[in-house]
Design a protein around this ligand. Sequence first.
Ligand SMILES: [Zn+2]
Length: 91
Amino acid sequence: MKVFDDPEKQAEFERHLQLAREFIESEQLNAIHFPDIPQEFFSWEPCECCHSKLGGSRYEIKGIGDEGWYLYLVCVECFDALNILQSEGEI
Ligand SMILES: [Zn+2]
């Protein structure tokens, strides 16, 4: 899936897509609920999807599994990657 003309940005995007797939599988999620109005905030907490330890913008998403739902804190790149995977029907 080509999104960026810049090869470095494209590689980084694909890396996050792969990490997002692994995250969905390891957390056994059936769906992700994205907030209607995403609230971006700064946090030093690692991203729960790609495990980036860099402080930065985070979003809260709701992962829905068989046992209920759980809140995850994810970085902007993972938020976008998960959003794309869900809209492509991969989740
Ligand atoms: Zn991330």
